[in-house]
Write a protein that binds this ligand. Structure first.
Ligand code: FAD
Length: 483
């Protein structure tokens, strides 16, 4: 259950071990936190002081993912930068932790840092580490295509409603609800990889777990200013990671406890607070153009009630729960916590537990079989009409993606540039109307605009405020759209 990194990682592991698997995702693939992250393939440097197990998992998986999915990784390297000498004890503990975790690092001089990044960074000390950039949407697509190529089934816009058990309390089926109504799937096990929704799904097992949900806000700048990840060297805090991602730079993040698994609407006051922390390390961001802000909810697991404990102190390690060993049915498992970086390892450990239950003896292969690259979208020819000028997306690229508006966006990148769909949004929705006449044009336009606008609004300062005002003028005055 769950079509994020963890659920698809589990399905890939299962099909490689020869099992029959169905992924059930309530919305589109990547609907949850797996499309709402910085895009950092962690070296583990962020966790060595307080969370050494998570740090060691990260460096192990950093190496594995670079090997099995090189198309989805940009091997940029990263730097940890100490802005001043205030936290010297932390720096010494960090260096010791890096050595103990076996993570390569070496000092970088001020002039080399300037040379490496091309921008002026306030740095008393800097160290190089093997961080990298992870193309999350691409890796999800690769996993999806590889799972299907091995016979796995992926059902989107389908929710788990209940599990069915036999007289001995073992799972024999799952009731799922999709566009074509409710139906039962026969199965021997149900794995809950529902990320921040894992608590809700565990309730369907009758053995609820407690999650410690917290959300983080990230700000996208419309420039790629350097080709290396930059982390602030201090206890993890707000606004201390810059990730170059495609043609943009992402600054993150915050850590605010929340009750709902749905990503909250970003607020401009929070964006500005985080921007301020980023500004302490790289003052020139005051000249960078912000583009949008977005949020994601961390699926952290609270082994016991955390009460007022700060989310930053909850481990980034992961946990596998065998509900059959508790109050739940045999064959019900949950996997919670962890990082995008450790999705494969989480899947391996989870599938090991499920196979022990099923008495199947098959070794994990995901660390040695490379994922086939994703099928390329057809590049538009010069005769093919450009729909999105910012990202150069042409008609044929859009037409050949089968799926929702969100899939058109995340597979082609239309509306992801500085104008955020101001100019292409209406045009693309009209094309969509030709392709899918049964869809409601007005509903598509409205949902698309709302989704883009909430991110722009939370970053509406400087030039982006002018862009946002222009977008609203075009929408409401020229196109007569409703707010
Ligand atoms: C702000 C922020 C920044 C981060 N940055 C990084 C980073 O740079 N690097 C990194 O390694 N990690 C990062 N992470 C962590 C990482 O993104 C997550 O750990 C990871 O994406 C979780 O993936 P998942 O598959 O477990 O959950 P999700 O991606 O949330 O997937 C769960 C899926 O389950 C589906 N679902 C829920 N209920 C049901 C149901 N009843 N039926 C069917 N489907 C259901 C949901 O729709 C969802 O798609 C970040 C997290 C946050 C919040």
């Amino acid at each position: 259950m769950g079509g994020g990194a963890t659920g698809l990682g589990i399905a890939w592991d299962l099909v490689l071990r020869g099992l029959s698997v169905t992924v059930v995702e309530q919305e589109d693939i990547g609907h949850g936190t797996s499309s709402r992250f910085h895009g950092l393939l962690h070296s583990g440097g962020r966790y060595v002081v307080r969370d050494p197990v998570a740090a060691m998992d990260c460096i192990h998986e950093n190496r594995v993912i670079k090997r099995i999915a090189p198309e989805a990784v940009e091997d940029t390297g990263g730097c940890f930068v100490q802005v001043d000498d205030e936290e010297e004890d932390y720096r010494l503990a960090w260096e010791k932790g890096m050595t103990q975790a076996g993570i390569d690092y070496h000092p970088v001089s001020a002039s080399d840092l300037r040379h490496l990044t091309g921008v002026k960074i306030r740095a008393a000390h800097a160290f190089w580490v093997p961080d990298a950039v992870l193309e999350g949407f691409l890796l999800l697509q690769m996993l999806r295509e590889n799972i299907q190529a091995y016979g796995g089934v992926i059902l989107t816009h389908t929710r788990l409603r209940a599990v069915k058990t036999d007289g001995s309390g073992k799972i024999v089926g799952a009731m799922i609800q999709g566009a074509d109504g409710e139906k039962q799937l026969s199965c021997d096990a149900v794995i809950n990889a529902a990320g921040p929704w894992a608590q809700e799904v565990s309730q369907l097992f009758g053995d609820p777990i407690t999650m410690h949900l917290s959300y983080g806000l990230m700000l996208i700048f419309a420039h790629r200013k350097f080709d290396v990840v930059i982390n602030r060297l201090r206890p993890p805090g707000d606004g201390d990671i810059f990730v170059p991602h495609g043609r943009v730079t992402i600054l993150g993040t915050t850590d605010i406890p929340v009750d709902s698994p749905n990503a909250p609407t970003p607020e401009i006051s929070e964006t500005l607070r985080m921007w301020q922390r980023g500004h302490e390390m790289i003052p020139e961001i005051e000249n960078w153009r912000a583009m949008r802000a977005f949020t994601g909810v961390r699926p952290l697991y609270a082994k016991e009630a955390t009460g007022s404990v700060l989310s930053r102190q909850v481990s980034r390690d992961f946990t596998i729960i065998d509900h059959g060993a508790g109050q739940g049915p045999g064959g019900a498992f949950s996997v919670v916590g962890g990082k995008w970086t450790t999705f494969r390892l989480m899947a391996e450990r989870c599938v090991d537990a499920v196979l022990r239950y099923l008495a199947v003896d098959q070794a994990c292969l995901t660390d040695r079989i490379a994922l086939a690259p994703a099928a390329q979208n057809v590049d538009g020819s010069d005769n093919d009409t450009i729909y999105c000028e910012c990202e150069g997306v042409r008609e044929n690229q859009l037409r050949q993606v089968r799926g929702s508006v969100t899939e058109w966006r995340t597979r082609t990148w239309f509306s992801m540039g500085p104008c955020q769909g101001t100019f292409c949004g209406h045009r693309v929705m009209a094309l969509r109307q030709q392709q899918y006449p049964a869809e409601d044009f007005d509903v598509n336009v409205q949902q698309f605009r709302q989704e883009r606008e909430k991110g722009m609004q939370a970053a509406a300062f400087g030039d982006n405020a002018r862009q946002w005002a222009l977008q609203r003028a075009i929408r409401f005055q020229s196109l007569n759209e409703s707010p």
